[in-house]
Design a protein around this ligand. Structure first.
Ligand code: LMR
Length: 398
């Protein structure tokens, strides 16, 4: 049988992950896909999660299907983390939710719902953004546009450009925002700027879709959710996709949540019903293990404190790596160009390295990053940083 299939262009992040996996060189470094590694270069098993795992195992429970919407305990414990205690109580009644297969699943189900709610709505995505945002919205048949976000000249966030572009979007456009730790640039609006953004979204009848995949890795757990909390005060239809992959170091468990804040309990019921139908047609219900682990941690004040401390330690270690990398690059040809790495937040840096330089890093030095110049700082440690810095100096000196 003839297979009538044209080649599929690879997702840039997944391509970097594949090339890293296939690289046989033992000293290879993975600055591609967004995963946090500890100082020893390992993906950590958080103590809070380990203890939760121990407790769950000792209860010797079976593994039934989760209900179609997912683990209600996870939703109840996660809502205050995302929306804040007080706001979560206010919003609970009019917020639809579904547990999803990772943050990606939350964006996909959210995109499906947005399309069902506003079939003609376009999706507007920051330029640049996580490549999967565009892929997901196109996959559900939405038209996609972009708004200005990053100024290449000044290597900084372009909030004025962003506000101007948002203000020109047709009413009902779904605006995809990164709640914190913008992927790939690492530049986030300040709370004052989020207030402006919320105002423009509300004034122009736009639908915010906040992707919160890195809460805790920017300025801290509470500060990183300010975007959501500010926007929830101004807009009355909001999508929030949440990923716990990074914050609990539970990547393969694929734990995500989608919240849709609506105007009323009746609307929330309709949206929740549709969300369950969408997930049923995709994979029925989300997996249970990671969700149970996270609910156990968030449900126990002591484990929750341990988790918050561990998350903060990861965040602070990345900041140290940022400062150290900038220091070690300072002496090179383009030293000054790398200074913004220190001001960026989250796992990533939009390094300014060109595609050719990224390719040289991979071919000559076994250092893997994303083709657009995004590097994952969370994979650096005292052991590999000097050689990474030396390699960057070398490829950027030609
Ligand atoms: C990333 O951007 O590297 C992560 O969000 C992982 C992914 O799925 O792309």
């Amino acid at each position: 049988m003839l297979i009538n299939l044209s080649p599929t262009p690879p997702d840039a992040v997944m391509l970097a992950a594949r090339l890293f996996a296939e690289d046989p060189r033992p000293h290879k470094v993975n600055l591609g896909i967004g995963m946090y590694y500890d100082e020893e270069g390992r993906i950590p098993q958080l103590a809070a999660v380990r203890e939760a795992d121990h407790r769950l195992r000792s209860r010797n429970r079976p593994w039934p299907y989760l209900p179609a919407e997912g683990l209600v305990d996870l939703k109840n414990k996660a809502m205050p983390v995302v929306f804040g205690e007080d706001q979560a109580d206010d919003l609970r009644r009019r917020t639809a939710w579904i547990q999803t297969v990772g943050g990606t699943g939350a964006v996909r189900i959210g995109a499906e719902l947005a399309r069902a709610i506003a079939p003609d709505a376009m999706a507007s995505i920051s330029d640049p953004s996580w490549p999967n945002h565009e892929a997901i919205f196109r996959a559900v048949g939405a038209r996609v546009s972009s708004y200005r976000y990053y100024d290449v000249e000044s290597c900084d966030i372009d909030v004025d450009g962003m506000l101007e572009d948002l203000g020109r979007l047709p009413r009902g456009t779904v605006v995809v925002l990164h709640g914190c730790c913008h992927n790939p640039t690492g530049f986030d609006p300040t709370p004052a700027q989020w207030n402006h953004i919320a105002q423009v979204l509300a004034d122009h009848g736009l639908i915010p879709f906040i992707d919160l995949a890195y809460q805790g890795f920017g300025e801290g757990l509470e500060a990183d959710a300010q975007s959501v909390r500010i926007i929830a005060q101004s807009c009355n239809l909001i999508f929030v996709s949440v990923s716990f992959s990074k914050s609990f170091s539970l990547y393969g468990e694929r734990v995500g949540l989608l919240f849709v804040v609506t105007e009323s309990e009746a609307q929330a019921a309709l949206v929740g019903e549709r969300a369950r139908a969408v997930s049923r047609a995709l994979y029925s219900s989300a997996p249970s293990n990671g969700a149970l682990l996270i609910a156990e941690v968030l449900g126990d004040p002591q484990l929750k404190t341990t988790w918050i401390d561990e998350l903060d330690a990861m965040r602070r270690r990345i900041l140290l790596m940022r400062a150290e990398l900038v220091d070690q690059l300072a002496g090179g040809n383009r030293g000054a160009n790398f200074a913004p790495i220190k001001a960026q937040r989250g796992l990533f840096s939009y390094s300014g390295l060109t595609r050719t330089e990224i390719e040289r890093l991979r071919v000559d030095h076994a250092i893997h990053a994303v083709g657009d110049g995004r590097i994952c700082l969370a994979a650096l440690n005292a052991g590999n940083l000097p050689s990474v810095a030396a390699a960057i100096r070398q490829v950027s000196s030609r």
